[in-house]
Design a protein around this ligand. Structure first.
Ligand code: BV8
Length: 227
């Protein structure tokens, strides 16, 4: 990695699988038990808020039962010692990257541990438990929702992500099926900017074609071997 200065790392549900968190599209994946349009769209939240809250409450409760795995720990160690620019962009809403110690981190699809006020847009730590009457500490409205980027909503910090991708010398994708945009398009942005591209995944993804190199295997083995 001697000619590499700036690194962007994209992670998906696969990096947390070995910690015990379900992925979306694999066997007994989250989308097996729920239709996306019933739990992960603004319309679903308006139509059946109790179902959407239950879907995210169940996943938030699971966070107390799991720990970061060697893949999260390896990325946090790389983040701590890498002298150049480094950005971990996660599609995941769990807190395993930060619990492993990662600092240069963006949650582009939101976070289970955060609540968003649908009235004023203010985010705050999730008030466990969340009785329906819980009011926003900013505007006082009882309009808290999961701080999750639903389908059809703009992911967070896209400008900062795009800037990092255009400056990257190396783009690494870990544990994602490449099924969801705009994240699935990041490899193309990085390639156009001249970055080397590497995919680490349990199986070829929808975007494998765009990567110079794909390594197949579990993240807990591939990531420590990389860093
Ligand atoms: C938007 C919420 C626009 C959090 C999620 C083209 C461009 C832009 C948008 C679109 C486009 N085409 C279509 C769209 C719309 C849509 C989209 O992409 N649809 C898809 C289905 C075609 N995108 C959007 O709506 C996005 N918004 O574009 O807004 C806009 C513009 C202006 C103004 C307003 C709006 C929003 C997308 C975010 C949606 N939210 N989730 C949550 O509930 O968790 S997406 C959901 O899928 C999760 O966030 C998840 O992160 C994401 C991707 O899934 P993966 O992480 O990849 O997980 P998956 O299970 O699929 O795969 C796991 C992989 O790991 C597998 O490959 C497996 O083999 C591997 N694996 C398993 N175990 C291991 C492993 N690998 C290594 N080791 C292991 N042990």
């Amino acid at each position: 990695m001697d000619d590499i200065a700036n690194i962007v790392i994209l992670t998906g549900a696969g990096i947390s699988a070995e910690s015990g968190l379900a992925t979306f599209r694999g066997p007994d994946g989250l989308w097996e038990g729920h239709h996306v349009e019933d739990v992960c769209t603004p319309e679903a939240l308006a139509r059946n808020p109790a179902l959407v809250h239950r879907f995210y409450d169940e996943r938030r409760a699971k966070l107390h039962e799991v720990e970061p795995n060697p893949a999260h720990q390896a990325l946090a160690a790389l983040d701590a010692q890498w002298p150049g620019e480094l950005l971990i962009v996660t599609q995941n809403v769990d807190d395993l990257h930060e619990r492993a110690g990662a600092r240069r981190l963006i949650h582009m699809h939101g976070e289970l541990r955060s609540a968003l006020c649908a009235a004023c847009g203010r985010a705050a730590p999730w008030p466990d438990p969340l009785p329906p009457s819980t009011k926003c500490t900013g505007c006082g409205q009882p309009s808290l929702r999961p701080d999750i980027v639903f389908f059809g909503e703009m992911p967070y910090e896209m400008e900062a992500i795009d800037h990092a991708l255009r400056r990257a010398d190396l783009f690494v994708s870990i544990g994602t099926s490449g099924a969801v945009y705009p994240a699935a398009g990041f490899v193309q942005t990085a390639r156009h900017a001249g970055a080397r591209t590497l995919e680490l995944n349990l199986e070829p993804s929808a975007g494998s074609f765009y990567f110079e190199e794909s390594r197949i295997g579990p993240a807990s083995q591939l990531v420590p071997a990389l860093v």
